[in-house]
Design a protein around this ligand. Structure first.
Ligand SMILES: Cc1cc2nc3c(=O)[nH]c(=O)nc-3n(C[C@H](O)[C@H](O)[C@H](O)COP(=O)(O)OP(=O)(O)OC[C@H]3O[C@@H](n4cnc5c(N)ncnc54)[C@H](O)[C@@H]3O)c2cc1C
Ligand code: FES
Length: 281
């Protein structure tokens, strides 16, 4: 069992949990993830490790409440335990050797997934520009954390209620056109965001890393659930990713495959909300 040491609600649909997992905390690197199950009936859910405390033996997960499994996790509190947490899984993020200036871009809860990379490369002395995008002011997360671990932070909101009005792609294009020479861009967020960031960087020949989130089941390369097409080849995101070259990903296929269970997922979400209202979940 894995003890929940701390829980914090970051915005109405995003929760942070610090979980006691000493083995994972000792080994995990930025870009890696875990797969958890709340209980015996729970499905296996991948979540990126947002941070870790190697001394205290804890890992931090930040997740959006989207369906049955994340609602069930969010219903737990400090002092509760979850059945299992497997990891660290996946390949740590790798940027080109000798990179001096990078841009880390997060969209929504993708900011939580992009944060460990900003933190690591800033600590290593690289110039790290962060562009964090949200729909509106009320859902902005991790602003202070990014401020502390970046050279320059631009917060964007789609509706202009906070920071720069517009999409992360607008801010990125502006910075490149103003002369920012990036050796690498790391973009993590909704699939369309990663697709369009990659389209912005492609004409400039800027290496672009995206973190893909296909449906994962076993997380060990056995089931094929997480297969994606990159550079015309089938790749398994759980063992060969989740990071891939943003200019080579077949985003349209990824979006099609991610939506396969949408109706079932919507039913399960409604069922879970009803159970939680009755108090029997
Ligand atoms: C490597 C990786 C890292 C991730 N890291 C984070 C993170 O740090 N924070 C975060 O909020 N989310 C993260 N996700 C997405 C997260 O796994 C899904 O939001 C979660 O599985 C939803 O489960 P659910 O039962 O609550 O929702 P459901 O209603 O079951 O699904 C909602 C949507 O979530 C996605 N999803 C569902 N099941 C899976 C699955 N087994 N594997 C992958 N995606 C699934 C699908 O797009 C689906 O349409 C990550 C996904 C991957 C693959
Ligand atoms: S999740 Fe099964 S092969 Fe990747």
């Amino acid at each position: 069992m894995y003890l929940i040491k701390r829980k914090e609600v970051l915005n109405p649909s995003v929760v942070l949990m610090e979980i006691e997992a000493p083995y994972i905390a000792k080994k995990v690197q930025p870009g890696q993830f875990v797969i958890y199950r709340v209980d015996e009936q729970g499905e296996r859910v991948p979540l990126t490790v947002n941070d870790c405390d190697r001394e205290a033996g804890t890992i931090t997960l930040i997740f959006q409440l989207v369906g049955r499994s994340t609602l069930k996790l969010a219903a737990l509190n400090e002092g509760d335990s979850i059945l299992d947490v497997v990891g660290p899984l996946g390949v740590p993020t790798e940027i080109p050797e000798g990179a001096k200036r990078i841009c880390v871009i997060g969209g929504g809860v993708g900011c939580a997934i992009a944060y460990p990379q900003a933190k690591k490369y800033f600590a290593e002395g690289l110039e790290v520009d962060v562009i964090a995008g949200f729909r509106s002011k009320d859902i902005v997360i991790l602003e202070d954390a990014f401020k502390a671990h970046s050279t320059r932070l631009t917060v964007c909101t789609d509706d202009g209620s906070y920071g720069r009005k517009g999409f992360v792609t607008d801010a990125l294009r502006e910075q490149i056109e103003a002369g920012a020479k990036y050796d690498c861009v790391i973009a993590i967020g909704p699939v369309p965001m990663m697709k369009f960031v990659s389209k912005v960087t492609e004409p400039y020949g800027i290496k672009t890393i995206v973190s893909l989130n296909p449906i994962m089941i076993d997380g060990t390369g056995m089931c094929g659930g997480c297969r994606v097409t990159v550079g015309g080849k089938t790749r398994y995101a759980c063992v060969e990713g989740p990071d891939f070259d943003g200019h080579e990903v077949d985003y349209d296929e990824l979006m099609r495959r991610s939506g396969v269970f949408r109706e079932r997922e919507a039913d399960c979400r409604m069922m879970t909300l009803a159970e939680q209202k009755r108090g029997d979940a």
